[in-house]
Design a protein around this ligand. Structure first.
Ligand code: GLN
Length: 474
């Protein structure tokens, strides 16, 4: 499948139609069903929308995303569609309203084809925690596509849609983007409305975009961005034209920092080599490269897992069998109903996190764990602030390894948690970051991702730098 930008040119030239694109996409989805990318398909809805947009194209009234085929992670609410969050507890739950981001997509004439597979409640790095079974990496079906937005990554990488939405709490867009050879963007905290995104850890959660090119990812982001009265944490900062930054891909004169702490033991050699090679190319192109230090990097994962689990334990308290979702048929009294509904409805990883989160918030341990984690969070934020006083962007690998094999880490939660060592820092600090495919691993042929991070609301820099990396690749 081509990029949306190309497709739009073909549409404008009358060489194809949305109706045709939608029917081809469903055929492709059918052929690639074994990848388990989709949990819900929206045949009727998308066919209707395609007819409507084809008419608008004829009338010259089509929106900015006319005919963009989009898949949406199944923790983002779409009115009248299932919203399972990859969990048994919401298996039959139908959303009563749409997320603001999805309303804006549809208002711009994008076509939503379906809802995608994910780790249960977005907790995971491999998509293996989904109640509906794992999604598989189309580049090697014995390997994971990453997580938790695995289904969204697979939907784009297998050529069924132009772009997809995922969600990020600690790296769930960037890591699967790196594992499947896509562009993945995690915007600044507050850049996109979270209204209609099912809460996992509210101070870290942010919707993100997957696309084949930086331009498409930028177009999608800028269409959804901007203040939303339904989300008090959304920002009223003006939304720049991110696509212009992509077309103006330039690094001459940019100052780029590479943190030493992002090269750790056990990393794939090819990833280190790729970043070194990229560094040389950046120097040749006139960028200033400096070594920088983010000294609290080693505390990123522990801090993330205290804060994320604490917030999750509180956010997930609402699934009690009483208000909505699964209710155990085996309970004989109220207390049993709570207990059994939650024990039967939530998977193992979600239960582990609820228990961890409840523990770190409990009165005897609050100061030792939760308060301490908040203090360290401040130190991590200060690390970034200090570095950004001197450089425009930070360059790192996105992940320490290429896509790993299914089952390889599922019984070792700690090694699974380490998948996010390079990504979770941006969520903790609320800064924007992008993963751009850069090179292939020599032994496996799998894609490698380069990550750029920028100060709050400096997404334009990410797109400028990201598009430059992309240009050099092609
Ligand atoms: N892999 C991380 C976790 O399991 C991040 C998940 C996410 O970003 N949603 O929590």
């Amino acid at each position: 499948m081509t990029s949306y930008r190309n497709f739009r040119n073909q549409l404008n030239a009358g060489e194809t139609s949305c109706t045709k694109a939608v029917s081809e996409a469903f055929q492709k989805i059918d052929e690639t069903q074994g990848l388990n990318a989709y949990l819900t398909l929206l045949h009727e809805r998308s066919e209707q929308k395609a007819t409507e947009v084809d008419q608008k194209l004829k009338d010259g009234t089509a929106g900015r995303l006319a005919g963009m085929l989009v898949a949406v992670k199944d923790n983002i609410a779409l009115k009248n569609a299932l919203l399972t969050c990859g969990s048994k507890i919401l298996e039959d739950f139908v959303s009563l309203y749409s997320a603001t981001t999805l309303e804006r997509l549809e208002a711009a004439d994008a076509i939503i084809l379906g809802k995608t597979n994910l780790d249960e409640f977005a907790m995971g790095s491999s998509n293996e925690n989904s109640y509906f079974g794992p999604a598989l990496n189309p580049l090697d079906t014995e390997r994971v596509p990453g997580g938790s937005s695995g289904g969204s990554a697979v939907a784009v990488a297998s050529g069924t849609v132009h772009a997809a939405l995922g969600s990020e709490t600690g790296g769930s867009v960037r890591q699967p983007a790196a594992f499947t050879g896509l562009v993945g963007v995690k915007p600044t905290y507050g850049r996109l409305s979270r209204y209609g995104l099912v809460a996992f850890a509210s101070s870290l959660d942010q919707i993100g975009t997957f696309a084949r090119t930086t331009y498409d990812a930028a177009l999608l982001l800028q269409t959804m961005a901007g203040y939303d009265p339904n989300d008090a944490t959304s920002s009223s900062q003006p939304v720049p034209d991110y696509t212009a930054a992509c077309d103006n891909a330039e690094v001459a004169g940019m100052k780029i920092g590479i943190p030493d702490e992002y090269f750790v033991e056990g990393m794939d050699e090819s990833i280190v080599e790729a970043i070194n090679e990229l560094k040389e190319k950046l120097i040749e192109a006139g960028a200033g490269i400096t070594e920088v230090s983010l000294p609290h990097t080693e505390y990123v994962i522990p801090t993330y897992y205290v804060i994320a689990t604490a917030e999750a334990s509180s956010n997930l308290a609402r699934y009690d069998g009483a208000r909505y979702g699964y209710r155990s048929p085996n309970a004989t009294d109220l207390e049993e109903m709570y207990e059994m509904s939650r024990s039967e409805g939530f998977g193992e990883e979600v239960q582990r996190r609820i228990m961890l989160g409840t523990f770190v918030l409990s009165s005897g341990y609050y100061d030792a764990y939760y308060r301490k984690a908040q203090q360290v969070r401040t130190l991590i934020c200060r690390d970034f602030e200090k570095v950004f006083a001197d450089v425009d962007l930070i360059l790192t690998p996105t992940t320490p390894t290429v896509a790993f094999k299914l089952v390889a880490k599922i019984n070792d939660p700690l090694s699974m948690y380490l998948s996010d060592v390079f990504t979770a820092g941006a969520n903790i600090a609320g800064i924007p970051a992008i993963s751009v495919p850069y090179g292939l691993d020599a032994t496996t042929g799998l894609p490698l991702g380069a990550q750029l991070m920028a100060p709050h609301f400096a997404e334009e820099r990410l797109f400028k730098g990201g598009a430059w990396i992309e240009k050099g690749r092609s």
